[in-house]
Design a protein around this ligand. Structure first.
Ligand code: ADP
Ligand code: ADP
Length: 229
């Protein structure tokens, strides 16, 4: 059974008398343990799709399912609760909390879940270590480069060990070597711990390392590519 499912999903943004169809009739199923890239040019709807799958926003039409739960039928509080326990989200703009250190940021989801302090710190440090930024754990976001903030944001998503990690352009601010290392690391977590990953990218070079790529064009799924990586 799919862990995430979009059924005939459309999303329209309305503002200033302008209508933008960010997604049009998207059908997508993500199965547990899959490692999926969402590819497409800027403006093709990647961010919007990830936000809908993560319950951060609601579709205009269609259904979004997380396992047996229909996310688009839940209110914001209920969706936040589901997210807290099941989904790790890596935002394109990191969304780190400025007054907290890297360690406190990485531990934040676990804190919201009410995990004991020792466990929070242990898991957050592990995740920072894995992302190669443990030495920076006492710095605040404004003392970190863009790439370092991005890694802390990934560490925060991983520290809570969710079933699914949704990552919006997680390599956008990394040089190509570091970006590739991050994808390889996500792949290792996927293979060794069964964490399901869905990440977006507009960098075709990264797709060589991915088994399944969903290509978006103009808000539609143009094709799905299965490689033998
Ligand atoms: P991508 O992540 O592939 O760059 P997005 O999902 O960010 O694509 O955007 C898809 C389309 O929706 C674009 O035309 C974008 O300008 C528009 N869009 C995205 N977010 C908003 C918003 N909050 N308000 C209005 N239009 C938006
Ligand atoms: P434990 O909780 O006893 O450390 P696990 O089997 O949960 O055991 O994990 C073993 C190791 O795998 C951890 O020490 C950690 O380094 C790594 N690991 C597991 N899950 C994650 C995750 N979501 N993010 C980062 N690292 C992880």
């Amino acid at each position: 059974k799919p862990i995430l499912r979009a059924r005939n999903v459309s999303k329209v943004y309305r503002g200033d008398g302008v209508e933008t169809w960010a997604l049009r009739g998207v059908d997508l199923e993500i199965y547990p343990g899959e490692f999926t890239a969402i590819a497409g040019p800027s403006g093709s709807g990647k961010s919007t799709l990830l936000h809908l799958l993560g319950g951060l926003d609601l579709p205009t039409e269609g259904e979004v399912w997380l396992e047996e739960t229909r996310l688009d039928r839940l209110n914001a509080t209920e969706r936040a609760r589901v997210r807290l326990h099941k989904i790790g989200f890596v935002f394109q703009s990191y969304n780190l909390i400025p007054v907290l250190t890297a360690l406190e940021n990485a531990a934040f989801v676990l804190e919201l879940r009410g995990a004991p302090r020792q466990e929070r710190e242990r898991r957050a440090l592990e995740a920072l270590e894995v992302l190669g930024v443990r030495a920076l754990s006492h710095r605040r976001p404004n003392q970190l480069s863009g790439g370092q903030q991005q890694r802390v944001a990934v560490a925060r998503a991983l520290a809570a060990r969710p079933q699914v990690v949704l990552a919006d352009e997680p390599t956008a601010n990394l040089d190509s070597r570091t970006g590739l290392a991050l994808i390889e690391h996500m792949k290792r977590l996927n293979q060794e711990h069964g964490i399901t990953f869905v990440f977006s990218t507009h960098d075709p070079r990264l797709l060589e390392h991915v088994r399944r790529t969903v290509h978006l064009e103009d808000g539609r799924v143009a094709r799905v590519e299965e490689a033998s990586v």
